[in-house]
Design a protein around this ligand. Sequence first.
Ligand SMILES: Nc1ncnc2c1ncn2[C@@H]1O[C@H](COP(=O)(O)OP(=O)(O)OP(=O)(O)O)[C@@H](O)[C@H]1O
Ligand SMILES: [Mg+2]
Length: 497
Amino acid sequence: MIIKSIQKFLEGKAGLLYLISNEEDRVERIIAAAAEKCGMTQARFYGWSCVGGFNGDVASADLDADPVACLTYFLHLQEDAFLVFKDLHLLVQENPRLIRQLKECATGLRSTKRKIIFVSPRLALPDELFPFFKIEDVPLPKYDELLRMFQTCIEEHSAAESIRKSLTADLRDKMVRAASGFTALEAQDAYESALMGESAITGKTVDLVLEEKEALVRKSGVLEFISTRAGAWQIGGLVNLKKWLNERNKAFSPEAAKHGLTPPKGILVMGVSGCGKSLCIKAIASHWKLPLLRLDMGKLYDGLAGPPEEAMRNAIKTSEAVAPCVLWIDEIEAGIANQQQKQAGGKEARVLALFLTWMQEKTLPVFVGATANEVEVLPPELLRKGRFDELFYMGLPLKDERLQILSIHMRRRRVDPARFDMDYLAQSTEGLNGAEIEQGIISAIFESSSKKVELSEHILANALRGIVPLSRTMRERIQKIEAWARDRAQKASLETL
Ligand SMILES: Nc1ncnc2c1ncn2[C@@H]1O[C@H](COP(=O)(O)OP(=O)(O)OP(=O)(O)O)[C@@H](O)[C@H]1O
Ligand SMILES: [Mg+2]
């Protein structure tokens, strides 16, 4: 809990705390509550922001205008005090005086009862300052806080009386949950606009609040909602993987907690291209009837959604807001730090560290479905138990699996598999992956329709044989991936390894 962490900081030796949040008012209330909890009610509260200047008992243009002067003043105070310092993220880059003074403060305030708390919407510290700060992410308002806000919103409504009458316990619960993931201000706005001109709360009111959530996902910049129609993502074969998923069918239901079932954290699916890794993650969301959010690692690093670390934090917060949900990270290796980047301690390394800590500690039901092709570059700490529940390897489909994949894609195109010798077709697709089988069927259908003849086994077999499989052009690469996966991952099929 954030209040506990702040309390621990106030009671501890360190002098500088960096709180990441864009809810400054709320954070100030939390700091005041933490100070009260640890009996520091005597301590003076000072403040500084780049427009408001210094907020204390001395009026000085110098202290107002110059953050370094303000820090110097605070460093030399003789009383117990807090300084809530805003806007550091805007000032600290390439500002040697400020960087120097922050280091002085870190040493000078150690073991004193003078504490500086920086409140910024994003973590923007030069690398050299990281060791001097304690850093905490302020979580968004939780159930009880949202409930209080919802109740205040009703009390202030002109039709409070009739709204209260319409409010069942179930609707109240739904309204509160619908706003999870919002900041205090966003929740207040969502409640106010959903109730505007209304004199009762209905299912529609809940939907209005939920609509705001989709906007929230779009706003994150690196996440997108993927629609998953029930039954649209059929998978051929991969029996082991399906068994694992089926055993966890109920893990995200509201009854699960009552039976002591904790939702799984996630799986990492790796292996040969075109064997259905991405398909699997879409199928999971559809099968478990959970919303699917895709995290675009490319967008995360192109900087358009802000610095990568901040974008990652945002993506995590947003996915937790939508929970229960599936968070799909496609081709995770593209965004993961390699050994050199890790040693350099740059942004890739910090994004990885942030992701790993979150995977280890997350309590909210966000199921992470990650896929990877370049398995060798994945760092061992990602593969360690405690992060993903299971690592699955997908190789080329076996004969029975190819038969199922053929049938799925034929039926999807209204071709009845019963008309063909499927055993023979499955035999002649040896070495093809799922994507290639699908492609073969599509070209056979094109060929028969352009020749105006009925689709025959012969046309199908020819089209499928005409494909030059990836498994031939990349034989050595695939053998290497298989050898790597043999000791590390469960096979998704029954006997691919
Ligand atoms: N086991 C399967 N069952 C049914 N269809 C499959 C299967 N494997 C692959 N396909 C078909 O191939 C298409 C491509 O598969 P998908 O995109 O999931 O492969 P991938 O393993 O993610 O490949 P890449 O590594 O290139 O991203 C799927 O959309 C699906 O139509
Ligand atoms: Mg894929």
